[in-house]
Design a protein around this ligand. Sequence first.
Ligand SMILES: *Cc1c(COP(=O)(O)O)cnc(C)c1O
Length: 403
Amino acid sequence: MVGPKSPRRRWAAGEVALSDMNPDPADLLAPRSRANKFLPVAAPMLIGNEKKYVLDCLDSTWISSGGTYTERFEAAFAEFCGVQHAISCSNGTAALHLALMALGVGDGDEVIVPALTFVATANAVTYCGARPVFADSDAETWTMDPRDVEAKVTARTKGIVVVHLYGHPADMDAIRSVAHRHGLFVVEDAAEAHGATYRGRRVGSLGDVATFSFYGNKIMTTGEGGMVVTDDPAIGDKVRELSGHWMYQKLPYWVPIVGYNYRMTDITAAIGLAQVEQAEWHLRRRFEVAAWYREELRGITWAQPQAEKDWAGHAYWMFNVLLADEVPLKRDDVIAALRAQGIETRPVFYPIHLLPPYRGDGDPADLPTAERIAARGVTLPTWAGLTRDDVRRVCTSLIDCVR
Ligand SMILES: *Cc1c(COP(=O)(O)O)cnc(C)c1O
């Protein structure tokens, strides 16, 4: 096939250096002096005790798993979520895999997941030998539509994984009542929603188990990392045992079942502890950035933000808008026009049923709302270091390129 060479192939061929393609880190650290410079869609803010704790960890030489930073991070994160048990692991996808295994998901089972989410939600179901069944989105919140969840229940359905998409909680009462009627478990995939609330309660405490990611672009980050949280001690024990090869404490190296090594290191946990300490600041900053976006986009009828329901405390992992049909440009042309202005935006996730591994799986997919949001949705830069001027610049550029 002849086409433009991808950046990776140009890099591999020695035609371009990675340094030419990356922003200058100094620009990320000094957001106020950044007018007309590259504005990334996300960037971590490591402005608390991250460095101090990592150095402490190195000084102690306890750099592997199971040390005091892991214990402290797990305790602090459990308290942050308002749950009894938190088990750290290597990333958010591993957290989902552990949660589903602990709930007994296996060959031949079906698990209902939203079509519109990051692919990891479905992949974790596939890892268990089960089949993800896709539910459509609610047109306002973009999260799983509880009515479509109920329509997708079959005799093989074992449970539901809800996703608090882009930081907006799913309608948990409605989803829990579907689960209750059919005897299903509910896992919250809260990878994008640290600190979000549903009717005043923090996500993570609203289902049987919840999972979080601490990837570099998430609301709280450890670089790579994940957490499983639950109030159920039996599930908590299973998750911990599965994540460390299920070793029998009384008989070293005796292993009764096939487990995994999904543990987090203490260096990672040290960063996580510092992030939890700063959680309220991160959430306040994101809320402020979102309020600025709403203000700048007020009266722009062709760019509709993802709704924030009155029962929801949106954590604003990402601020998204849906481009109306009347916008003459294709969504991807809008993204390209903004990139030419040095502003990175992203398309909303591809619905998973359209991705090659899941295409044509089972019944023909009838997921119109997820497909429409995915085709016209744009993710705008959202992170705690953005200034009012950055947000204005994004909105002015967006309005100019569509006009
Ligand atoms: C990021 C993300 C994950 C996966 O987390 P990793 O830490 O990258 O493995 C899972 N689900 C959702 C919805 C996510 O956004």
